[in-house]
Ligand binder design. Structure first.
Ligand SMILES: NC(=O)c1ccc[n+]([C@@H]2O[C@H](COP(=O)([O-])OP(=O)(O)OC[C@H]3O[C@@H](n4cnc5c(N)ncnc54)[C@H](OP(=O)(O)O)[C@@H]3O)[C@@H](O)[C@H]2O)c1
Length: 336
């Protein structure tokens, strides 16, 4: 059984530990690393991990670690993914995969050259809801998807990593990434034009973003993401025959197929998603299967898709003039 290790004992690490507790037959919750040994030890006790390390480097030096889960702020994904790969570990890296496409390209290049798995922990790509939506569209229940709308708002301005520029905070990398993935999974990436606007937060990161996409085939997406409020987090895929509504595009719980007639909307079908531990098990399972198969990427989120989403976020940030302290300005804004 593969030994799973968590790098960074924060909020999402706690959630992943709960996922692993439900996967005892599939993967071993082996090690956790924190910058504080005391915190790592407490985490290991709380969640039944075998090893606790007081530095990330010490954990990466452990030859028993197979797969490292990068669970630190966006600003640090690049550094610790590179370090994990250099140490010969497979990597499951949280979203947003990196700060920009250039970093992502280097991370992926290194994984490929070393023959190690590197995959983005964007859970919605791996979840069963994705197949349900794909099948409905293939079945033709709404006809060809013409318009996608999606919103994802969380009131999270109390989280340091969400508001601090030095941690690459802001709505786009934190939550906007899900709206872009939602649109991409339905509409593909043949984009004719992308327009982004935002309202800034007082700390200098984007507080709320509006992204408008026109596709080569005439389709359209209108996406909204924010870290200052709560929204219904709904996605809607519209076609000539009706629409598919996804309640919570970040971990879908229910998918509804509706049609419109002269009298209004009529619900045709409601499809619940299968029972789950907490929704993160699918990305873990996929990573484990890829490692067993000797693959460097997961089919649900191939490297090309990760790079495409990073490119889209770079383009949004170029339009918004948003550059983080941890990156080179010229990687986003080309000065003329
Ligand atoms: N997939 C999802 O549904 C989901 C949900 C939430 C978050 N995320 C993603 O998971 C990642 C971590 O988010 P989180 O909410 O877990 O963040 P968090 O709790 O604020 O921080 C995670 C951990 O990062 C470590 N860290 C390393 N360098 C740091 C620095 N300079 N400043 C602050 N912390 C540092 C800390 O661990 P130690 O002190 O133990 O070293 C901290 O506890 C992000 O990429 C985020 O987007 C994903």
């Amino acid at each position: 059984m593969r030994n799973f290790a968590i790098l960074g004992a924060g909020g999402i690490a706690e959630v992943m530990a709960q996922t692993l507790a439900g996967m005892r037959e599939e993967v071993h919750a082996y090690a956790v690393a924190s910058r504080s040994l005391e915190k790592a030890e407490q985490f290991a006790r709380d969640h039944g991990f075998e090893k606790a390390y007081g530095s990330y480097e010490a954990m990466l030096a452990d030859p028993k670690v197979d797969l490292v889960y990068i669970a630190v702020p966006h600003s640090h994904h690049y550094q610790w993914t590179i370090a994990s790969l250099q140490a010969g570990k497979h990597v499951l890296c949280e979203k947003a995969f990196a700060v920009n496409e250039k970093q992502a390209r280097e991370m992926i290049g290194l994984a490929r050259s070393k023959g190690l798995l590197l995959t983005e922990a964007i859970w919605t790509r791996y979840q069963p809801a994705r197949r349900i939506i794909d099948d409905l569209i293939a079945e033709g229940v709404i006809g060809r998807p013409e318009v996608v709308t999606a919103n994802l708002d969380y009131f999270i301005t109390h989280q340091e990593r969400s508001v601090e520029p030095y941690l690459a905070g802001g709505a786009l990398l934190d939550v906007g990434v899900y709206t872009l993935n939602f649109a991409s999974m339905v509409m593909g990436n043949q984009i004719r034009r992308m327009t982004a606007s935002c309202v800034m937060y007082e700390s200098g990161v984007d507080a709320k973003d509006n992204i408008f996409i026109e596709y080569e085939n005439g389709g359209m997406a209108s996406l909204y993401a924010s870290m200052t409020d709560q929204s219904n987090r709904t996605g809607c895929i519209s076609g000539p025959k009706g629409y598919i509504e996804v309640s919570n595009i970040n971990n879908p719980q229910e998918i509804r197929v509706c049609e419109q007639d002269g009298f209004g909307s009529r619900l045709l079908r409601t499809i619940p998603v299968p029972e789950q531990i907490n929704g993160y098990e699918y990305e873990v399972r996929s990573a484990l299967a890829a490692i067993e198969a000797g693959q460097v990427e997961c089919p649900e989120m191939p490297h090309a898709e990760t790079l495409e989403i990073m490119r889209q976020m770079d383009e949004c940030r170029r339009q918004l003039g948003l550059v983080f302290p941890c990156e080179d300005r010229k990687d986003i804004i080309s000065e003329s």
